[in-house]
Design a binder for this molecule. Structure first.
Ligand code: DGL
Length: 431
């Protein structure tokens, strides 16, 4: 078994067997097949034809909406023949999506540095179970009428890095034919497809994603299997940029200033770790970063004009946005497994749905910060294993749940999502 685990890890695929943490969630959900309590789903919902179920997408917050936008706008395949090539019809036109942002427990990227990778892994499994299940909170009480999902897209780099294999393992153990696609694997495929570019691959991501080493591992594994030259890879983890983009009141910097700071830091890392090399490819390895693409681009342009930094940049800088590659991967996986809706078929729900986690007002003595979110020390101090305890509730996402900066960015830069959200955006009550 040790040899098998080693080979699995070398291939960049994460743990091969369920450890205690994953097994506990598997056992808990299996022991509650009616799906009426926390961390459980209705097992009977997964019998028969699942093609008319919606597709679940989750992130630690609203950043994953960039991935949903890429999915909603993808036209990279012929919808009739399923062959590559645009046909003028969005590839997921018939499908419906349920988005979940675990806003109350984010940023995920900071759990590893706080020594709570175990709790992060449990959160990621809970996100998946929420999408599989029917249970949600309508602002007054729990309801059990959310549709289950036929596929799960982990639209969060940190969650993919730490939880993709756990979630796949759990779905296998529950005997669910549910597809699980992760944004990091897809992003590594994007680097492969960007192919033959001059220079170093730079990964900009959260501190947690960088610490996991998932991008370098998967990029090297994919390129190695494709018989391609191994590029130098450098990473820079930002503890701030995602929060700044989201409009988190804990940060006072502008998006442009923060982007400039992180781009400079990435190039300083390259100068230190790969002297004499030039940056040729930038992986936007955090869901939020495509929202700041203009600011990041401006930051690179400013440094190109600076003689201290221009030798560190290749003539052409290629961006890899894992969101688009995730959308392609989802299409291929649905087509391969026969789970895609065929022409003339429709999803059992009419509209896309959006949910966000919020602190549970019914939980006595829940430590809260001034802005109403979970207090930092409490958030990052929790231990896994208390599956019946619900510090947070998953409720419909409303317009005012989006901080002003984040709301502005979604409205301006994610038009497909903004349109899809119109139905949920301005209605439901808050717990
Ligand atoms: N969604 C996360 C990611 O893509 C960034 C925000 C967070 O740290 O939770 O890594």
């Amino acid at each position: 078994m040790r040899v098998l685990c080693f080979l699995w890890l070398v291939a960049g695929l994460g743990p091969a067997v369920a450890d205690e943490l994953v097994q506990r969630v598997i056992d808990h959900a299996a022991a509650h097949p009616d799906g009426l309590g926390p961390v459980s789903f209705e097992r009977a919902a997964y019998t028969g034809d699942l093609r008319d179920l919606p597709i679940g997408v989750f992130d630690s917050g609203i950043g994953g909406l960039t991935v949903l936008e890429a999915i909603l706008s993808l036209d990279a395949f012929d919808n009739a023949s399923l062959q590559p090539g645009a046909d003028g019809v969005p590839d997921f036109a018939q499908e419906r999506f349920l988005y979940f942002g675990d806003q109350a427990n984010m940023p995920y990227g900071n759990y590893p540095a706080a020594g709570r990778t175990d709790y992060l892994r449990e959160l990621i499994l809970k996100d998946g179970v929420f999408l599989l299940g029917r249970r949600w909170h309508d602002g007054r009480s729990f309801r059990e009428d959310k549709p289950p999902v036929k596929a799960i897209v982990i639209a969060c780099n940190t969650a993919t890095a730490y939880g993709l294999e756990d979630l796949r393992e759990a779905c296998r153990a529950w005997g669910l034919p549910v597809i699980v696609v992760g944004v990091v694997e897809a992003g590594a495929r994007g680097v492969l497809a960007a192919g033959g570019q001059e220079g170093v691959v730079g990964v900009l991501a959260t501190v947690g994603t960088c610490a996991s080493g998932a991008y370098p591992r998967l990029i090297e594994s994919l390129l190695g299997r494709a018989g391609r030259r191994m590029p130098y890879i450098v990473q820079h983890g930002s503890a701030a940029l995602a929060g700044v983009i989201e409009g988190d009141p804990a940060f006072s910097q502008s998006v442009a200033d923060c982007a400039a700071q992180e781009v400079r830091a990435l190039l300083e890392t390259l100068r230190r770790e790969q002297p004499g090399q030039k940056l040729g490819t930038v992986v936007l390895g955090c869901t939020h970063y495509p929202l700041a693409r203009t600011e990041l681009d401006a930051a690179f342009a400013a440094l190109r004009a600076d003689p201290a930094f221009s030798p560190l940049l290749a003539d052409l800088l290629t961006y890899v946005d894992p969101a688009e590659w995730t959308a392609r991967e989802l299409f291929r996986e649905l087509a391969r497994s026969g789970m895609r809706l065929r022409t003339g078929e429709s999803c059992r729900v009419r509209d896309h749905g959006f949910y966000l986690s919020v602190p549970n007002p019914g939980m006595p003595a829940l430590p809260l910060a001034a802005d109403g979110g979970l207090a930092q020390a409490f958030k990052y101090g929790r231990e896994p294993g208390k599956l019946e305890r619900e510090d947070t509730l998953n409720a419909p996402l409303r317009g005012e749940d989006l901080p002003a900066v984040g709301r502005g960015l979604v409205e301006k830069r994610l038009p497909g999502v903004w349109r899809a959200m119109a139905h949920d955006r301005d209605s439901s009550p808050r717990p």
